[in-house]
Design a protein around this ligand. Structure first.
Ligand SMILES: Nc1ncnc2c1ncn2[C@@H]1O[C@H](COP(=O)(O)OP(=O)(O)OP(=O)(O)O)[C@@H](O)[C@H]1O
Ligand SMILES: [Mg+2]
Length: 223
């Protein structure tokens, strides 16, 4: 099944919202549900879940070859009827050589796989190299960005080229879809409007449980 990675070049772009929404939507399709891999740490909160306890994907990455690949299955938690979550964990796996094996396990899934990689690029979080390698390795690498000059400049400087762009839009922006595609050289696969139904659902932790219709509609063809 296709592995979809979601990432941004600037913080607060809407990456976690898009990743959680995509996993929820894809999870409802077919018989196998979806696996949401959280490398950035905010997915449980957006889904209204308590902070996961126990190991996560970063611990698996940092553990070395002695930990079998099926240990990942024991780390994941079923968080809704159709979505299982692979939580972030607490290790710092920079320098790990286990990204390729992780991608192999994810690509072998019969479920849809969505990864929230957070922000890529210089000065980003604890996992820049690991996240960039996962973004490169996923079949679909979705950059979530606002149509704003500062975000686009960061995206251009990012170490990864996206296969598609999810544009989080608001009224009154000077840059439109066409300009963003020209600047970044990738297609806009979805335009997600900023709307209060989404921010309210995020704050209440109900995004996955009661997905705002507009969000679902706008992401229908994103991945
Ligand atoms: N479509 C939207 N409409 C309204 N608010 C939104 C939308 N998408 C995201 N937001 C709000 O923007 C904020 C940032 O969203 P989110 O956490 O998904 O961004 P992020 O790119 O994952 O941020 P970070 O860099 O911290 O990981 C949140 O408060 C969220 O409620
Ligand atoms: Mg996030």
């Amino acid at each position: 099944m296709t592995v979809v990675s979601c990432w941004s070049a600037k913080g607060g772009s809407g990456t976690t919202v898009v990743a959680v929404a995509l996993a929820t939507m894809r999870g409802r399709e077919g018989d196998h549900g979806a696996l949401l891999v959280d490398l950035a740490g905010d997915c449980p909160s957006v889904m209204g879940l308590p902070e996961p306890i126990g190991p996560g994907v970063t611990d698996w990455l940092a553990a070395g070859d002695q930990v079998p690949s099926d240990a990942l299955g024991r780390i994941e938690q079923q968080v809704s009827e159709h979505v299982a979550l692979l939580p972030t964990g607490t290790a710092a796996p920079e320098g790990t050589d286990r990204v390729a094996p992780l991608l192999e396990v994810l690509q072998a899934q019969t479920r849809h796989v969505v990864i929230d990689l957070g922000r890529l690029g210089a000065g980003s979080g604890a996992l820049p190299a690991v996240a960039a390698e996962l973004a490169e390795g996923a079949e679909q690498s979705l950059l979530v960005t606002r149509p704003c000059f500062l975000s686009l400049r960061r995206a251009l400087a990012s170490p990864v080229r996206p296969t598609g762009i999810v544009l989080v839009t608001e009224e009154g922006r000077a840059l439109g879809r066409r300009e963003v595609e020209d600047i970044l050289g990738a297609p806009v696969v979805a335009e997600v409007p900023i709307e209060s139904a989404v921010s309210r659902a995020v704050d209440a932790g109900t995004l996955a449980m009661r997905m705002p219709r507009g969000l679902e509609r706008s992401l229908r063809h994103a991945a």
